[in-house]
Design a protein around this ligand. Sequence first.
Ligand SMILES: Nc1ncnc2c1ncn2[C@@H]1O[C@H](COP(=O)(O)OP(=O)(O)OP(=O)(O)O)[C@@H](O)[C@H]1O
Ligand SMILES: [Mg+2]
Length: 112
Amino acid sequence: MKYVTAIIKPFKFTEVKEALSAAGVSGVTVSEVSGCGRQKGQTEVYRGAEYASSMLPKIRLEVAVPDSLAEKVAEIIRQHANNDEIGDGKIFVFELAQAVRIRTGEQGDDAL
Ligand SMILES: Nc1ncnc2c1ncn2[C@@H]1O[C@H](COP(=O)(O)OP(=O)(O)OP(=O)(O)O)[C@@H](O)[C@H]1O
Ligand SMILES: [Mg+2]
């Protein structure tokens, strides 16, 4: 299993979430976060306004997937979060050692 985490622009969240659902991803965790990338201190446009701040609002998506789906999920996120602009985000993929579905006790891929 893999744990795919993506930091994306908030306005892209709905589109990315719908694309993941369509691809058969069953669960997702979402958080509102702040972050910065390489352009620290430079301005980035957010909702039409230019932010001078070095920490900008982002959405963090987390998805646990079977190994077979990991590349596809990362590519879906990349395609749908991409706006061809700085700050569009980043995807991090982790090895996932175990998953447990609390209600049933299922483990591994069956728990996803
Ligand atoms: N190396 C990193 N480690 C952890 N989080 C990061 C890292 N790089 C980017 N992020 C997170 O991703 C968000 C978006 O990063 P961003 O897309 O600006 O990356 P970038 O490398 O500056 O690329 P670009 O030049 O396209 O802007 C950041 O606000 C931060 O939350
Ligand atoms: Mg950047």
